[in-house]
Every structure is written in C-alpha cells, then in structure tokens.
Design a binder for this molecule. Structure first.
Ligand code: SF4
Ligand code: SF4
Length: 156
C-alpha cells in the first residue's frame, strides 16, 4: 500500500518495525483469520495469543530483550503481499484522540518520517485514509491510544 513512497530496499535494510521490545510490543500486528491461515501455511506450529476479539502472533523474547516477528525472514516478510493490514500501512497508525479516530505517523520509521508532509498527505487523501478508517471500523482493536509525539495527518 505504501510502495509508492517506501522502497523495499530501504525496508530490507531497516526492519525496525518487525522487531519489538517491551515498550512497543503493543505495535505487534493484529492477525485476521485470513492472515492466520497464511501464517500457518508457512509455519504450521505458529501459536497465537488472543487480545480481546483479536489476536497476535506469539513471540518469544530473545536474550537481548527483543521479540522478533516470527514471519521475518532473511529477505524480509515471509508473508509478502499477504502481510497483516497493520504492517501494510505501517508507519501510519490509527489512534483515538479526543473521541475521534485519527491517522498518525509513527516517528520510529526513519524513511517516512523524513518525507515531506505533503507527500504523505497526498497518499492519504488519494484513498488510503478512507481505506484505513474502513478497516478500523471492522477491527476496532487496531485503534490505539493517542501518543503525544505522533503527528496527526487525518481525522475521521
Ligand atoms: S521502520 Fe519504516 S523503513 Fe524501517 S522497515 Fe519499517 S517501514 Fe521500512
Ligand atoms: S508480519 Fe511481516 S511485516 Fe509484519 S511485523 Fe512480521 S515480518 Fe514484519
């Protein structure tokens, strides 16, 4: 979804958003039924943890205190274009701000955070914001609590 502005090469060298620590494990992608099936085709023994009506992949904490996404392979995400919606739109996040749903930009992504804001806004206004808000209606668990240093780029 972000291929227009995010190069696969940059992501292959970065991988920040596929590795978590205790402070950002809340960013672990939500797994839909369809994505779960795709994950199980790759690894039939993958376990999941439920979070309310949703689920995430079970991840073991490594000795370095980091949780590596089990779908992270040598050349990037093993799910390819079938990756979870949360991953398809990262570093855009849906958050709740003063009772409204907003789309924010995670400052963690080194590639998109340095892009001109106009470029990001054009992408959102070109249908992406609508698509993200639609998904957030279907899966309310993807709406996170607002974090103050996340710039707000769209409001529903
Ligand atoms: S943090 Fe940004 S640049 Fe890094 S892998 Fe994720 S989307 Fe790509
Ligand atoms: S599912 Fe793929 S894109 Fe998403 S966090 Fe895991 S490896 Fe990264």
């Amino acid at each position: 979804m972000l291929k227009k502005i995010l190069s696969c090469k940059a992501c292959a060298q970065c991988r920040i958003c596929c590795v978590f620590d205790d402070s950002d494990i809340w960013e672990a992608p939500l797994i839909s039924d369809e994505t779960k099936e795709n994950i199980l085709k790759i690894n039939p023994t993958q376990e999941f943890q439920t979070i309310g009506p949703s689920r995430i992949m079970k991840m073991e904490k490594g000795e370095n205190g980091l949780y590596f996404c089990p779908m992270l392979g040598e050349n990037g995400c093993l799910l390819g274009d079938e990756k979870p919606f949360d991953c398809k739109i990262w570093p855009f996040r849906v958050m709740e701000f003063c009772g409204m749903k907003v789309i924010t930009l995670s400052p963690v992504c080194p590639e998109l955070f340095k892009k001109p804001i106009g470029e990001l806004m054009s992408l959102l206004e070109d249908g992406l914001a609508e698509r993200i808000f639609e998904e957030a209606e279907k899966f309310p668990q993807m709406v996170k609590k607002y974090i103050p240093n996340y710039p707000i780029l769209a409001v529903k």
